[in-house]
Unconditional design. Structure first.
Length: 101
C-alpha cells in the first residue's frame, strides 16, 4: 500500500480537529498551549504533503518555517504562562480575566 496525499491530509485533519477541540473545551492554559502546538504541527504536515504531491520544495520550506515558528512560540509562550501562573497562582483560564482591571 502506497501512502498518498489523502492519507497525510486525513492525518493532518485529525490532528487539527483534536487540537481545536482541546482549545475550545479545556480550561487549563498549558493544555490549550499544547493543543495550539498540535494544530501548528498539523499545518506543517499539510505543507509537506502538498510538497510531496507537487514535487517541489516550496511546501517543505513552509513546513520548516512553521516548525521554526512553533519552536519560538513554545519558548515565548511557556515563559508567559510561567509568569502569569506565578502572578495568579492558577493555570485556569477564567482566573486570568481578573488581569484586565
Amino acid at each position: 500500500m502506497e501512502l498518498t496525499v489523502d492519507h497525510f491530509l486525513g492525518l493532518s485533519a485529525a490532528l487539527f480537529i483534536i487540537g481545536l477541540m482541546g482549545v475550545l473545551m479545556r480550561r487549563n492554559v498549558l493544555i490549550i498551549f499544547l493543543c495550539v502546538e498540535l494544530m501548528v504541527a498539523a499545518v506543517a504536515i499539510t505543507f509537506a504533503a502538498f510538497a510531496r504531491e507537487t514535487n517541489t520544495l516550496d511546501g517543505q520550506t513552509f513546513a520548516l518555517f512553521a516548525i521554526a515558528v512553533a519552536a519560538a512560540e513554545a519558548a515565548v509562550g511557556l515563559a508567559l504562562i510561567l509568569a502569569l501562573s506565578r502572578r495568579v497562582r492558577s493555570v485556569d483560564v477564567d482566573e486570568y480575566r481578573t488581569l484586565r482591571d
